[in-house]
Design a protein around this ligand. Structure first.
Ligand SMILES: [Zn+2]
Length: 472
């Protein structure tokens, strides 16, 4: 297989550290709100990468963190704590918010046929590991204490900007104008490893540490969680392109200073989903820009979530992808026609195993060439046109769908993961509470519950058969 490596800026032949095995890490979501479809583009393409490795015969172990502490609204350690912001908005504890949106995230993933990674670890599970790593960084002279926080000293590194091409303007991405510079930092890009002197008096989650009661910075979690489960050498680290700086740059700085050697060989970055604004200029899609596009919103508008997966697979992950409903409609039309052509194939004859293998290898060569997913879809059309019997055609397409996961053959999604159950349980308990309130003529409470659910994108309807609900 070949893969573009952000470290070397070229497409390289993939060579794992250990023959036949791939150690893979993905930066997980910060669980303070629903994921928007721009974030989910990254998770779809990373899912395809993992499945292509497996399809090509590799034994893959994939690890993902869940950020439930320490991520401030700017990636550069300024602003408000995202989790606390979510908790305030919903009048919930931070852990309740984390649980709710973790479940919602995996429920969205299941709808998009994204496999759950082999290991999923919330940051709050690993505080001892974070503290240990920070202690070592202090001992080795890569970190310092200032203003009761602990910082990483970027001036101690020979090369900090490992991904290159950094300029002042890029460094300011995500840094809000109204946030003042942290005066404790010795160098502009030093970052917090442990917060003790918090700007946030009401910080909900705090732990004892050798430096006082506090909480970890955001970047430390990926370094620790990946090493905990994959060891000190990793093959592929993935994330969205906006994670490259400062997040991934800081992950590398910490990890390699800690271990004293190179950490990860290949960095896989998925580019942005963008939307066209009125002026015709495309800009990165985010939670705060325009319509908050979620999987549930697409469903509400009548789209099968798999169509969004198809839409993503039709373009290359290293190019920005422009979202519009017209473009999604086009993908929808293409998808329906393709499904129809496949369902019209007569499953006659016997499966020719050799032919299946031949087409399997063709797929590995094409899609395995830096994730040429649109070529993977083209191959499905080639199979339909090819000179082989119906049974073999269906066998090849079924084989391709192990990677594409577009439910091409047969009916429903194969994903039986029960991530949505927790959400269902929660909504139903709220509906029961609301029914009690209504019974007691406490309409204020009943309305408040409806509002609260609405705030989480859950719409409830009172019908003659009782109260029903759906995700908005
Ligand atoms: Zn990360």
């Amino acid at each position: 297989m070949k893969i573009y490596n952000s470290l070397t800026k070229q497409v390289e032949e993939f060579k794992p550290n250990e023959e036949g095995k791939v150690a893979m890490y993905t930066c997980g979501p910060t669980v303070y709100h629903f994921a928007h479809i721009g974030n989910l583009r990254s998770y779809i393409m990373e899912d395809v990468l993992e499945k292509t490795f497996r399809y090509a015969g590799y034994d893959v172990k994939r690890v993902m963190n869940i950020t439930d502490v320490g991520h401030l609204s700017s990636d550069a350690d300024t602003g408000e704590d995202k989790m606390l912001k979510g908790a305030k908005r919903e009048n919930k504890t931070v852990m309740e918010v984390a649980k709710f949106y973790t479940d919602a995230f995996f429920s969205d993933c299941a709808k998009l046929n994204i496999k759950t990674p082999d290991v999923v670890e919330p940051a709050t599970n690993c505080i001892d590991e974070f503290i240990h790593m920070i202690e070592v960084l202090l001992e080795k002279g890569y970190a310092y204490k200032a203003g009761e926080n602990v910082y990483f000293d970027t001036s101690k590194l020979k090369e900090y900007y490992v991904f290159g091409n950094q300029n002042e303007e890029e460094l300011m991405v995500g840094v809000r104008d109204d946030v003042s510079e942290d005066e404790n930092k010795r160098n502009k890009n030093d970052f917090v490893l442990w917060f003790t002197k918090s700007k946030f008096e009401d910080q909900a989650l705090k732990w004892d540490s050798p430096w006082g009661v506090g909480y970890p910075g955001w970047h430390i979690e990926c370094s620790c969680i990946s090493m905990k489960h994959l060891g000190e050498y990793m093959d592929v680290h993935c994330g969205g392109i906006d994670n490259m700086f400062p997040h991934h740059t800081n992950e590398i700085a910490q990890t390699e200073s800690y271990t004293g050697h190179k950490w990860c060989n290949y960095w896989f970055h998925v580019h942005h989903l963008v939307e066209k604004k009125d002026g015709g200029k495309a800009s990165k899609m985010s939670k705060s820009s325009g319509e908050f596009l979620t999987v549930s919103l697409l469903e509400e508008k009548g789209y099968d979530p798999i169509v969004y997966r198809m839409f993503c697979l039709q373009s290359h992950y290293r190019k920005p992808l422009t979202f519009s409903y017209e473009a999604l409609d086009q993908a929808d039309g293409t998808y329906k026609k393709l499904k129809k052509r496949i369902s019209a194939v007569n499953a006659e004859g016997e499966v020719a195993a050799e032919t299946v293998k031949e087409w399997h290898d063709k797929f590995v060569a094409e899609v395995g060439n830096d994730m040429n997913t649109s070529m993977g879809i083209t191959l499905v059309y080639d199979v339909l046109k090819a000179d082989m019997n119906g049974a073999t055609k269906l066998a090849v397409i079924e084989d391709y769908d192990k990677v594409l996961c577009l439910n091409l053959v047969g009916g429903q999604s194969e994903n039986t993961d029960n991530a949505g159950d927790e959400l269902t349980e929660y909504v139903e308990s709220m509906i029961a509470k609301r029914a009690e309130a209504k019974k007691a003529k406490d309409f204020a409470t009943a309305d408040a519950i409806r509002e609260e659910l609405l705030g989480k994108g859950i719409v409830i309807k009172d019908t003659r058969e009782g109260t029903t609900w759906e995700r908005a």
